[in-house]
Ligand binder design. Structure first.
Ligand code: SAM
Length: 416
């Protein structure tokens, strides 16, 4: 009989958890007996999860994978550590990943209050006495809202050639469906949960009902009003932290104000440069004669120009550059930037916010009334200019050189 599962059984087990996570959207998830972190690596892509934790008694196994996670990044292999795009294009998601070495038979105060605890093919590696402790630790102490436990169904072993006793030499037992059910029902009664039974790895045709799934799964949900249950009321003073933290990483998130500012500043500088180039080109072609330019030779903005030249070191460089190059200062109005650069408007939320966020930013020079970003423009000889214009392809919508109307300005301020 061909007993090859497709997809392989371990993948079906992990996919079961992933599908459950998609439906139930837990924020805090811990995988007990995480082994090589395969499940965690799949779960890190689920945006709702904010804290993703793995625990295994075998620290060396976790560490080995952890280092691979940190140093190997390829399309095929997604590790647990952030990759360069997570830093270059952070999202608003917040994710912290932690890996611990510890035994599920011990209570650790950091593991209380999770939304979901998973224990995939772990319980059968515990002695009966440790199964008792496991039940107490998971259901009585950690008290998560949901628990997924998978374990081999020994009734299915008749279809597994070469399996005379257990499927793995380290298994301490393998339960029939009735044995699993009996343990699960007791846990529910003791700790205030209800359970649904299911599984993965279907039996050959016509045998499903008689034998069940190759891997049996119990999904536990915490009940409300649990006064009658054996929940362990442990006072904070008794809280212990016996697990060893091996690895922790916080993914860069736009919810972190420093990261938001960094990304916004780089988008502002990029957008301002693009707009400036476009305007200079239009001015050179005579398309537009109302460019919002401040020139180094006097005018209303002369003081700002001087400041900016000094701030950016442009005056020194201008002297060094020789006669064919001169520096001018271009004021790019913030309202134009806000409406022409989608990323800038999304990141700042409103024109008022944009001003506020850029106000004390050392890498940005604003005009005195904070209505424009001031940037240098180096005048080049004609030949160089042509080369530059050929390269210009900003992808931004046509930038109007005129500021937005007063009504628009009000709308932006309301959103502030
Ligand atoms: N859950 C993983 C998976 O689905 O790929 C790994 C399953 S592996 C069969 C069982 C794991 O449980 C091993 O990594 C083992 O080190 C871990 N384990 C065994 N006893 C443990 C205990 N008392 N506490 C924590 N982890 C334990």
């Amino acid at each position: 009989m061909d007993l090859t599962f497709s997809p392989p059984l371990h993948k079906q087990r992990h996919q079961f958890v992933v599908d459950f996570v998609k439906r139930n959207k837990p924020k805090k998830v811990v995988d007990l007996g995480c082994g090589e972190c395969t499940l965690l690596k799949m779960l890190k892509f689920h945006h709702e999860i904010e804290l993703l934790v793995g625990v295994d008694v075998n620290g060396a196994k976790v560490k080995k994978r952890m280092y691979v996670c940190m140093y190997v990044c390829s399309r095929k292999w997604h590790g647990l550590a952030p990759i360069s795009t997570d830093y270059l294009e952070p999202s608003y998601d917040q994710l912290c990943v932690e890996l611990y070495q510890g035994s599920v038979t011990q209570k650790d105060a950091r593991f209380k209050g999770f939304d979901l605890v998973t224990s995939i093919e772990l319980i059968e590696h515990l002695t009966p006495a440790d199964v008792e402790l496991f039940s107490e630790v998971v259901f009585g102490y950690m008290t998560p809202k949901m628990v997924i436990i998978s374990t081999p169904n020994s009734e299915f072993n008749i279809f597994m050639p070469g399996v005379s006793c257990y499927r793995h030499s380290d298994h301490k037992f393998e339960w029939t469906r009735a044995e699993f059910r009996s343990w699960a029902m007791k846990v529910c009664l003791d700790y205030g949960y209800e359970v649904e039974f299911t599984g993965v790895g279907k039996a050959p045709q016509g045998q499903q009902e008689a034998v069940g799934f190759c891997t049996q799964i119990g999904v536990f949900y915490q009940l409300w009003g649990r006064d009658c249950c054996k929940t362990l009321l442990v006072n904070d003073a008794e809280d212990l932290f016996p697990y060893t933290l091996l690895y922790r990483v916080n993914y860069p998130s736009l919810c972190d104000n420093n990261i938001l500012r960094r990304v916004l500043v780089s988008e502002v500088l990029y957008g301002a440069e693009k707009l400036k180039n476009r305007w200079m080109e239009e001015q050179a072609d005579g398309i537009c004669d109302a460019v919002a330019l401040c020139q180094t030779e006097g005018g209303a903005c002369a003081e700002e120009m001087k400041d900016l030249m000094e701030w950016s070191g442009a005056s020194d460089s201008a002297e060094k550059q020789g006669s064919c190059t001169s520096c001018r200062i271009v004021a790019v109005p913030l309202d134009v930037l806000w409406s022409c650069c989608p990323k800038v408007s999304v990141l700042s939320g409103s024109l008022g916010n944009l001003k506020h966020l850029l106000m004390d930013e050392p890498n940005i020079k604003l005009s005195q009334d904070s209505s424009a970003v001031l940037i240098n423009h180096w005048e080049q000889d004609q030949e160089e200019k042509e080369d530059d214009y050929n390269l210009d392809d900003s992808g931004y919508p046509e930038a109007s050189l005129h500021s937005h109307s007063a009504e628009q300005e009000e709308d932006w301020e309301e959103n502030d």
